[in-house]
Design a protein around this ligand. Structure first.
Ligand SMILES: [Fe+2]
Length: 441
């Protein structure tokens, strides 16, 4: 382990957090830095600049309104002109028009290892997505593979919030709001427009990112489930204020309407000494998800595993859902217990964080992913079908893996690099071949 990653890991282990999703959080790194009783006093405490960061229109309903007040050493407005970055690397944005939307079932192996010196931002590789970043609708799926920490540069995404799912290696996220640790088995959520830097806690890091152009993720309604269950608001952790007082050149990369724009500041913009509000980053341990399911027969639709949802203007129709398949018991009687065969109007991208998934015996590997687009037929493979159809139905603990899904309302169009990737598996259709005819009239 390099000295840098060891330091990042030690820093990550000692972090403190605030708890509660959607709370009106507040934090100050220096006592007295946070104004009391007003947001923008004539002179802010300690000579700080007050600045509001809005994550929703000023006038959206209170239940959806998001904003934070930041008290910083320099105002964000004091920055040099942004220019287009030399290129966007392997980062792409909606609308996705490089390749036709494909009705076939697709599956990828993990990304190949990156060149030495590749940090999180340089290691982002876009698989595909939908919608239009400029219309604040839809989503993109990115993977990342990195072997270096970001140094003297920070990233912010004006196009959407970033839901980061580490699969290999821990991340130390240094944000304007403070520090977060996100290790495999956890997820991190960076709101739209929040600047952050990613340092590696291990030699390498790999994982998935859902870039949500639409309404910010929120906890799903629970309906008849009641007041508790699924992801608990109190299990989401927000950072405490921590600031960099660094007068050194720092590159700020801003993803704006699909392109990376760059400006070199003469200071670190991670200089927020105190803050309060609701537009804040979070980290959440996926294994703390309270899994609910059938205790009689059949099993519920996978929406029962929704951790966070980005609602659309149509009730119940998500722009994108983040769904986790966490360890759980299966006890259904006279029930085919793996996920059933189905065709879905929604489009499903699945990734695997650890272990195996109960509908696929092989080929779906950690760091890889599968895409089952709108109305594409899928379900258990032959081996899984045969085994589950003959299994003795005693209570069974599924605890050998952690898979997740980004499920979205619109078809996902792959990028050219994803449609033509060497790590795109050939012959994925074959997993459903050999499903024998059993019909007897
Ligand atoms: Fe599915």
């Amino acid at each position: 382990m390099s000295g840098g990653s060891e330091q990042a890991r030690k820093t990550a282990e000692g972090l403190e957090y605030l708890t509660g999703f959607g709370n009106e959080h507040s934090s100050e790194a220096v006592p007295g830095a946070l104004p009391i009783g007003r947001n923008s006093p004539q002179r802010s405490p300690l000579g700080l600049y007050a600045e509001q960061l809005s994550g929703s229109a000023f006038t959206e309903p209170r239940s959806h309104n998001r904003r934070s007040w930041l008290y910083r050493i320099r105002p964000s407005a004091a920055h040099p002109r942004f220019t287009l970055a030399a290129d966007n690397g392997a980062l792409r944005s909606a609308p996705f028009t490089e390749a036709p939307a494909d009705p076939n079932r697709l599956r990828w192996n993990p990304l190949p290892d990156p060149a030495p010196g590749t940090d999180f931002l340089a290691g982002l590789w876009t698989l595909g997505g939908n919608g239009d970043a400029t219309q604040r609708s839809g989503m993109a799926i990115h993977l990342y593979s990195a072997n270096a920490s970001m140094t003297d540069r920070v990233f912010s995404d004006s196009d959407g919030e970033l839901l980061i799912v580490p699969e290999r290696g821990g991340l130390l996220l240094r944000t304007e709001f403070g520090l977060l640790s996100a290790r495999p088995g956890e997820m991190a959520l960076i709101p739209r427009g929040v600047r952050f830097r990613v340092e590696l806690q291990d030699e390498t890091a790999r994982g998935y990112v859902c870039e949500n152009y639409g309404r910010p993720f929120e906890l799903p309604d629970l309906g008849p489930i009641g007041a508790n269950g699924l992801a608990a608001a109190r299990d989401f952790r927000a950072p405490v204020a921590a600031y960099e007082d660094a007068e050194r050149p720092t590159e700020v990369l801003n993803k704006f309407c699909g392109n990376l724009w760059t400006a070199t500041y003469d200071h670190s913009p991670l200089d927020v000494v105190a803050w309060h509000g609701t537009h804040v980053p979070y980290v959440y341990d996926l294994r703390s998800f309270n899994v609910l399911g059938s205790i009689s027969y059949d099993h519920p639709d996978p929406s029962i595993f929704t951790v966070l949802t980005s609602p659309s203007d149509t009730a119940g129709l998500a722009g994108v859902d983040f769904v986790v398949f966490a360890p759980r018991w299966l006890v259904g009687e006279d029930t085919f217990r793996p996920p059933y065969f189905h065709r879905n109007v929604m489009s499903e991208y699945m990734g695997l964080i650890d272990g195996a998934y109960d509908a696929k015996a092989e080929g779906f590997v950690p760091g890889g992913g599968s895409l089952h687009n709108m109305m594409s037929a899928h379900g258990p493979d032959r081996e899984t079908f045969d085994r589950a159809s003959a299994a003795e139905l005693k209570p069974q603990k599924i605890d050998d893996g952690l898979a997740f899904m980004f499920e979205t309302r619109w078809p996902i169009t792959a990028t050219a690099q994803a449609a033509g990737a060497d790590h795109l598996q050939g012959g994925y259709d074959d997993v459903w071949q050999g499903l024998e005819r059993h019909f007897r009239a």
